[in-house]
Design a protein around this ligand. Structure first.
Ligand code: AMP
Length: 415
């Protein structure tokens, strides 16, 4: 089966075509046959990059008015004579579409086949994720407008993996009726990534699902930590929205809410302006003043930039505290797993986070750590470490494709 995996942002359309005829459920081998990205959708200068495996990328700039036009542009590229995609001649060779949907609220604890009722429910939970869900819906509507119900569509939710969190983990200590009336609670995010990594760990170590007790750090542009107990998520550091928790590229993570009131009193900006600062100008960028990219920050720190070094120390410190609280909450764990751009590549940050935790049973191996980057999947703790440390590259698109195939084929069992 060829699955078209679609990730729509407010002005971007990202896709992968994944061939799932291979041994999809037992390996993490790459099944991607093509991928692409269109940025600045809705402008006269939309930028597109399409790439079929083994072929040079096709790039360009042209007006693309909306998500529907963006999908038509991808379709046209797929069907152009010079484009060679393994197993694909036209969009007719696509058997199913998997949409990344950010917020499933309490309505979607699992991936679902998309129909009118699901679209209605998605529209209802859009106000919980105003930056993401309306864009995801645009993708669903665009596909429906172009293909009708010819191709089945599946929604895979970032929040779904965390639907197993217990009440005491997801409730905020604010008046209870705010939860009853407005569903204010933590939902957790990056669920597709955390679920994929937990699944890979289980396969690598040949464990049944209920024997998976791990702490996963997804450290990319967005960062979150998940406690996985008996194979299920019991905590994620992101909250009702993805701003809570760890320090991120441009997001502040946990802060005292009194700061917002104080900034308002000081007339730094309107409430939306202050929120925008906390989302887009804070985190590693805000503290370092250099960049939101770890590579730039590490270079600056190496050259003696105090704020860059401080940002790195703060990032590692916050992550350490969260690891500690996950271990306390779960009465220990078998492994700590790093994933995503920073988690998979950044030897410096991994060292800063894992060093000096021997008392907790974490014996980190610096040599192994230094050998692990660029997609390597390996254990980086010393033999005999009570808590192992792993690096397992994430692959959200692959999990999206897997779920899409399962749902379309009518399987009910979750991976
Ligand atoms: P992601 O959101 O998972 O794509 O992660 C993106 C982030 O990963 C970038 O902003 C960088 O901070 C970080 N990153 C990617 N590659 C490296 C690397 N080789 N060394 C350090 N950090 C990296």
């Amino acid at each position: 089966m060829n699955v078209f995996v679609l990730n729509c942002g407010s002005s971007s359309v990202k896709f992968q075509i994944i061939n799932t005829d291979l041994d999809l459920f037992e390996t993490d081998a790459d099944h991607m046959v093509a991928k692409g990205l269109i940025e600045k959708v809705g402008s006269k200068e939309a930028i597109f990059t399409f790439e079929s495996v083994g072929q040079p990328p096709v790039k360009g700039v042209e007006p693309i008015a909306d998500h529907r036009e963006a999908i038509l542009k991808i379709k046209k590229w797929m069907e152009t004579k010079g484009t060679k995609i393994e197993g694909i001649n036209s969009f007719d060779d696509i058997h199913a579409i998997g949409h990344r949907v950010v917020h499933g609220a309490e309505k979607f604890a699992k991936s679902v086949l998309i129909g009118d009722e699901v679209i209605k429910q998605l529209e209802e939970c859009s106000d919980l994720a105003p930056l993401h869900n309306p864009a995801n819906l645009k993708g669903i509507h665009a596909i429906t407008e172009i293909f009708g119900d010819k191709i089945p569509q599946v929604g895979v939710f970032d929040t779904a993996f965390h639907s197993t969190m217990p009440e005491e983990a997801y409730m905020y200590a604010i008046p209870y009726d705010f939860y009853q009336k407005y569903r204010i609670r933590a939902y957790g995010f990056h669920g597709t990534s955390h679920r994929y990594v937990a699944y890979r760990y289980r396969k690598i170590n040949k464990l049944p699902k209920e024997k998976v007790n791990v702490v996963i750090l997804h450290l990319g542009n967005g960062c979150s930590i998940t406690s996985v107990k008996n194979g299920e998520s019991v905590f994620n550091s992101m909250g009702m929205t993805p701003i809570e928790g760890l320090i991120m590229g441009t997001r502040c993570g946990d802060i005292d809410t009194g700061i917002v009131e104080y900034l308002l009193k000081k007339e730094i900006g309107t409430f939306p302006e202050i929120m925008s600062i906390l989302q887009k100008k804070s985190g590693m960028l805000g503290v370092s003043g250099v960049s939101n990219d770890m590579r730039d920050i590490e270079k600056a720190a190496d050259e003696g930039n105090h704020r860059a070094l401080l940002a790195l120390k703060m990032f590692a410190y916050r992550a350490k505290r969260y690891i500690g609280s996950s271990l306390a909450e779960m009465n220990g764990a078998d492994a700590i797993i790093f994933t995503a751009g920073i988690g998979e590549n950044d030897t410096i940050i991994r060292k800063m986070i894992c060093e000096n935790m021997e008392a907790l049973g974490i014996e980190f191996d610096e040599k192994l750590n230094d050998q692990c980057f660029k997609g390597k999947c390996m254990k980086i703790s010393k033999e005999g470490s009570r808590i192992a440390v792993w690096v397992i590259p994430t692959n959200e698109e692959l999990l999206l494709a897997r779920d899409t195939v399962r749902i379309v084929k009518g399987a009910t069992k979750e991976l």
